[in-house]
Design a protein around this ligand. Structure first.
Ligand SMILES: [Zn+2]
Length: 222
């Protein structure tokens, strides 16, 4: 691929595949070795930019960045970190829509490696099973902690919820700001990107509308 094509794909954010494009040998190296390698390469990037790595303030940066990549912001690449979600019987017989709103989202654009910041709104209708509410947040965080495109992130969260709930009746909306759009390139600070996934009963216009109304109602709760 020539660099002109790479620039176009990056800035237009096209070229999405449903699965995160990982190599089969993605987890053959231990986290410690990954940190060691990334640290070396990041030092090289800083050096190439002309930064003085003997400066007290910069000398620890390659290690900090490497550790942050592997153990925190890209830890969702590793399936071993997927949250274990237990199903419970729906003892309360609550068979209406359950909505979890305003889940904080921090992810990273895979074309520029800069933050995607936003809110995730999730809903499901119990088919007899329920999951702990905090597990929804954990699932969102797991898929967010990868280099991402928002469309794929939306679908991965929906698929993860369907798998956990053993039900198709799931909806996901993501409203997010991409720093590659707002802080560089086109520099539009007012743009946010909205993506959604509706399955099962949420394909029904009435159910979908109820979810959207609830999400838009009192956007921020205490
Ligand atoms: Zn980007």
């Amino acid at each position: 691929m020539n660099t002109d094509t790479i620039d176009i794909i990056g800035d237009e954010h096209i070229g999405t595949s449903p699965e995160t494009p990982l190599r089969p040998d993605a987890f053959e190296l231990s986290d410690d070795i990954k940190i060691e390698r990334i640290q070396k390469h990041f030092a090289e990037i800083m050096h190439t930019l002309g930064l003085d790595l003997t400066d007290d303030s910069l000398s620890g940066t390659p290690h900090r960045v490497a550790k942050m990549f592997v153990q925190e912001i890209f830890s969702g690449l590793n399936p071993a970190n997927k949250p274990d979600i237990k199903l419970f019987d729906n003892k309360y017989h609550y068979n209406e829509m359950l909505i979890e709103k305003n889940i904080t989202l921090y992810s990273y654009c895979e074309h520029h490696f800069v933050p995607i910041i936003g809110r995730v709104h999730v809903a499901y209708i119990s088919n007899g099973n329920v999951i702990g509410l905090s597990k929804i947040n954990r699932l969102v965080q797991f898929y967010a902690k990868r280099p991402q495109v928002q469309e794929r992130l939306t679908n991965q969260i929906a698929a993860g919820l369907k798998e956990a709930l053993q039900s198709e009746d799931v909806a996901v909306i993501i409203d997010a700001v991409h720093l590659c759009v707002s802080s560089r390139g086109i520099r539009d600070t007012n743009t946010s990107t909205l993506t959604a996934s509706y399955s099962g009963k949420f394909r029904d216009e009435k159910t979908k509308t109820e979810f959207i109304l609830q999400v838009n109602n009192s956007k921020q709760t205490v």
